[in-house]
Write a protein that binds this ligand. Structure first.
Ligand code: PLP
Length: 364
C-alpha cells in the first residue's frame, strides 16, 4: 500500500510543481541585477493582476505578517486614529498591532462565526463619523474562522465618508478568490506567498495606492519592514536589500500557474472544492463553525471537532488516517479544526481523500 499524507493545512500549503522547479535553480552571483529587475517587474505586474489593481505592487522578503506590520508602521504615527473591523482573530489583531505602537484604535469587533453583514455597516459608519480615522482596516479572508468578507461594502463606506486610507489583508484570499483593489477603494492590499499561491512562506506583497505612497512619504518610517524604500525599485533599479531570486521566481511561477489555468477557472475550482468539503462534512454529521448566514471562505473551512474528541485526540486520529489539518485560535481554540483547500490543495481528489479519512476516523 502506498501512503502519502493528505495536505490540508491552511498554510503553508503544498508547493506547486512549477514552484519547486524554480526553487531548485541556481541564481548565484553570475546573474546580473538587471535580470532580477525584469523578473521583479513581471512578478509585480502579475500580483497586480490578481489584486485587481493598476497601482504599484511591492514584493518584500518575509512572510505575510511582514506586509501586515510594514503597511501599518509605514502609514501610521503614534496618536493616529484607526478604525479596525474584526470578524476574527486577524481583524481584531490588526487593531491591536496598531495600538502596540501608540495608535488610538476604535475596534468594531463583530461575531467570529460570521462575515460582515449589511446590517453591520451602521456600526462601522458610526465609528468612522465619530473618530475620523486616518485608516480603516479589515480582513478579506478570515482564515481562523473560515469566512470571506465583502470588502467592497466597506470600500464604499471608505469613499463616501472620505477615510484617507483603507488597509485590507487578503493573505488567504489572493489567488483563490476574486480581489478588486481598485474597485473596492483599497489603498494597501496585503498578500502572502504561502497560501493560495502555493509558494514557501518567503514573500509578502503590498499593493500601494497613490494616496498610500503620499502618506508613507509624510510618515517616513524607517525599518526593515518599511515599504517606502521599495517605491523606486522598478524605476531606478535599486533594491533596498539583497535581491531574493528564489522568492520572487517562486511567486512568478505561482502566479503563472494560475494564469495558465485561468483566474476564473482557479476561483471556480476553489469554490467547488469548498462546497464539496461542506457537503461532505454535513454528510458525516460534522457541523461547521460558521453561522448559517456567513459567507464561507472558498479557501478554508472551519468545522467543529466532533463530540468525544479533544483537539489533540482528533488531530492524532486524523493523522493516523493520513489527514494533516490544523486547529484554530482565540475563541475557536480547542473547538474548531480547519481544512485548508487553497492553491495546490484545492483539488477534488484531495478533498475526497480528506473526507474519506475523516469518515474512517469516525468509524463510518
Ligand atoms: C496566514 C495569514 C497571515 C499571515 O501570513 P504568514 O505568511 O503566516 O505570516 C495574515 N493574515 C491572514 C488572514 C492569514 O491567513
Amino acid at each position: 500500500m502506498s501512503y502519502a499524507p493528505i495536505p490540508m493545512v491552511p498554510g503553508p500549503v503544498a508547493l506547486h510543481e512549477d514552484v519547486i522547479a524554480v526553487l531548485g535553480r541556481d541564481y548565484g552571483s553570475g546573474q546580473v541585477e538587471s535580470d532580477f529587475l525584469c523578473l521583479y517587474d513581471a512578478t509585480s505586474r502579475s500580483i497586480g493582476k490578481l489584486m485587481g489593481t493598476k497601482d504599484d505592487v511591492v514584493l518584500m522578503t518575509g512572510e505575510g505578517m511582514l506586509a501586515l506590520w510594514g503597511a501599518l508602521k509605514s502609514c501610521l504615527k503614534p496618536g493616529d486614529h484607526v478604525v479596525s473591523v474584526g470578524t476574527g482573530v486577524f481583524g481584531d489583531g490588526i487593531g491591536e498591532m496598531a495600538e502596540s505602537f501608540g495608535c488610538i484604535v476604535e475596534k468594531v469587533s463583530l461575531p467570529y462565526d460570521c462575515s460582515i453583514r449589511e446590517s453591520d455597516l451602521a456600526a462601522v459608519e458610526e465609528a468612522i463619523r465619530r473618530v475620523k480615522p486616518v485608516m480603516l482596516t479589515a480582513v478579506h479572508c478570515e482564515t481562523p474562522s473560515g469566512t470571506l468578507n465583502p470588502i467592497g461594502l466597506l470600500g464604499k463606506l471608505k469613499k463616501d465618508l472620505g477615510v484617507p486610507l483603507f488597509y485590507v489583508d487578503t493573505v488567504a484570499g489572493l489567488g483563490g478568490a476574486p480581489v478588486h483593489m481598485d474597485e473596492w477603494n483599497v489603498d494597501l492590499m496585503l498578500g502572502g506567498s504561502q497560501k493560495c499561491l502555493s509558494c514557501p512562506p518567503s514573500m509578502s506583497m503590498v499593493g500601494v495606492s497613490a494616496a498610500a505612497w503620499e502618506r508613507m512619504k509624510e510618515v517616513n518610517y524607517q525599518g526593515y519592514d518599511a515599504i517606502l524604500p521599495f517605491r523606486t525599485v522598478r524605476t531606478d533599479g535599486r533594491c533596498p536589500y539583497t535581491p531574493n531570486w528564489h522568492g520572487v521566481a517562486a511567486l512568478y511561477a505561482g502566479t503563472q500557474a494560475i494564469f495558465k489555468e485561468g483566474m476564473d477557472a482557479a476561483f471556480a475550482r476553489h469554490e467547488a472544492v469548498a462546497a464539496q468539503c461542506r457537503a461532505g462534512l454535513a454528510e458525516l454529521g460534522i457541523k461547521l463553525w460558521t453561522a448559517p448566514d456567513a459567507v464561507n471562505a472558498p479557501t478554508v473551512t472551519a468545522a467543529m471537532i466532533p463530540e468525544g474528541f479533544t483537539w489533540p485526540e482528533w488531530k492524532e486520529a486524523l493523522r493516523r488516517h493520513g489527514l494533516i489539518c490544523t486547529g484554530s485560535f482565540g475563541p475557536m481554540d480547542g473547538k474548531v479544526f480547519r481544512l485548508g483547500h487553497m492553491g495546490t490543495q484545492a483539488q477534488p481528489y484531495l478533498m475526497e481523500q480528506a473526507l474519506d479519512a475523516i469518515a474512517a476516523t469516525l468509524g463510518k
